[in-house]
Design a protein around this ligand. Structure first.
Ligand code: SAM
Ligand code: SF4
Length: 486
């Protein structure tokens, strides 16, 4: 599977699953916290909020669960295998408790809401369960457990955005950071559990977003990624029907928010994820074209190339609508990189319908794609309404087919960059060699080049001389014109 092949923004990055939060800034705390995270970038961002809340209570983060007073797992429910992985981990901690009965074990995030009763009462795997909107309550919940009770808060809120909590940064490179601009989702795609686990969509105060971007810039960060399940439906002081809530205050939509953040500093790069094809307006594309520091890269999940499937998925667009959005991207931002998410083997998908996904991929030629086989999730519309009737072998074979096709397209896309020069923001030393540095170009492709005297956080112009399927290789040049869009 190409989950995380391209070290992307929000979609699940396989190499990060189970990553431990470890922060120098919490050193010297009198209590020890072991915090492990799963799932999408949004969850990792939430772990920063959790670490911030608990560090104020005197918690120091540790790298070994054996040293911890409190173990927290920030979990994901998006596919069944994500949940199974966490369950295995919880069983290990349950065993550890036999020797250390005072150890507090808690589940946070998407599985919390879904499995609270099972995890607490039936399987007795954990002491504490806190949903994505209950993190402010964590110190209280931990005290309850220390007092001998089980503690649970999975209430979903219509308002909580943690706008006032300055997250302690997990991004170790000190150059790129994520900013959550909204929480929850109102879309109800029929396959998706997110609206049930993370609640209603709500947007965060734009001033607090701009403030956070400014603080990051002042602390040396040079790239921020704005995160939301559907960033195009970001709105401030407006109802979903467009009604202004408070006439005395300005309204802000996503295109306007992008401009506000782009104006923080010309050398602060802006990325965002995820765009939704049904809501992505030309205004957003024009804002991207207007500012050099808004990266020319759009993650636009299609899920399927067949209109009937899309209808069943409740995605709110047809194949034609989607292709019209692709055409608008090419027209307004020539050369913009595009990536996508695709699901194979959704309920009732025929060979013909699968072939339409293939033909759409051939038409669009995505630069990257995250591909999954359909995994039925409890409570979703699809679980209630449709039969999960595509045999697993068929789902897997279709997945394999699209992965191979995408690998071809990604390789072709990288080859097209040979000889071009890009501006690259240096993120640090390359994973493969200490003599090389790496960073991304505007299209979000990793570029590796010899170290020279360059430092992370600097922008350099790199001429591409070679490539692998996922990385561009090159050397720093001075004079050549930088290509930001082609
Ligand atoms: N909000 C984003 C959107 O609408 O595109 C995506 C959020 S979801 C965390 C990331 C991706 O996981 C989805 O785009 C979809 O391809 C995949 N996904 C979600 N539910 C799934 C399921 N039940 N089975 C397989 N893949 C799923
Ligand atoms: Fe899930 Fe659809 Fe919302 Fe994305 S837009 S989080 S796929 S319900």
């Amino acid at each position: 599977m190409i989950e995380g092949l391209h070290e992307g923004n929000k979609t699940i990055d396989e190499s990060k699953q189970g990553e431990v939060t470890l922060l120098d800034s919490t050193k010297g705390g009198n209590k020890k916290l072991y915090l492990e995270s799963y799932g999408c970038q949004m969850n990792f961002s939430d772990s920063e909020v959790v670490a911030s809340i608990l560090s104020k209570e005197g918690y120091e983060t540790v790298s070994q669960s054996s040293e911890a007073d409190v173990v927290l797992l920030n979990t994901c429910s998006i596919r069944d295998n994500a949940e199974q992985r966490v369950r295995t981990r919880l069983k290990q901690f349950k065993n550890a408790k036999k020797e250390r009965p005072n150890l507090v074990v808690g589940v946070l995030g998407c599985m919390a809401e879904r499995l609270k009763k099972k995890l607490l009462d039936q399987e007795k795997l954990v002491d504490l369960v806190a949903g994505p909107d209950a993190y402010r309550d964590l110190p209280g919940l931990i005290s309850e457990v220390e007092g001998g009770q089980k503690a649970v808060n999975v209430l979903l809120s219509r308002e909580e955005t943690y706008a006032d909590i300055s997250p302690v940064r997990l991004d170790k490179n000190g150059v790129t950071a994520f900013i959550s601009i909204m929480r929850g989702c109102d879309n109800m795609c029929s396959f998706c559990v997110v609206p049930f686990t993370r609640g209603r969509e709500r947007s965060r105060d734009p001033q607090s977003i701009v403030q956070e971007a400014k603080e990051l810039y002042d602390n040396g960060y040079r790239e921020v990624t704005l995160l939301g399940q559907n960033v195009d439906s970001y709105r401030w002081n407006m109802s979903s029907k467009g009604r202004i809530k408070d006439e005395s205050k300005p309204t802000v939509n996503f295109a306007e928010l992008l401009e506000m953040v782009a104006q923080v500093a010309p050398d602060l790069r802006i990325r965002f994820s995820t765009s939704h094809p049904k809501d992505m307006t030309d205004d957003v594309l024009h804002a991207m074209a207007k500012y050099d520091n808004i990266c020319k890269y759009i993650h636009l999940p299609v899920q399927s190339g067949n209109t009937e499937m899309l209808k069943k998925m409740n995605r709110g667009y047809s194949r034609e609508w989607y292709m019209n959005r692709i055409e608008a991207i090419h027209r307004i931002i020539p050369g913009c990189a595009i990536s996508t998410d695709i699901i194979t083997g959704f309920c009732g998908e025929t060979d013909e319908q699968h072939n339409e996904t293939i033909s759409l991929m051939k038409e669009v030629k995505y630069d990257f794609a995250y591909m999954f086989k359909y995994s039925e999730r409890p409570r979703t519309l699809a679980e209630r309404k449709y039969e999960d009737d595509v045999p697993d072998e068929v789902k897997k074979a279709r997945l394999q087919e699209i992965i191979q096709l995408q690998q071809q397209h990604s390789a072709e896309s990288n080859k097209r960059q040979l000889g071009k020069t890009f501006e690259v923001l240096i993120e640090g030393v390359s994973k493969k060699s200490d003599d090389d540095l790496c960073g991304r170009n505007t299209h979000n492709t990793m570029v590796v080049f010899p170290k020279g005297d360059y430092q992370k956080g600097q922008y350099v112009k790199v001429k591409v001389t070679d490539c692998t399927s996922a990385t561009l290789l090159g050397e720093v040049v001075d004079e050549e014109k930088v290509l930001t869009t082609a």
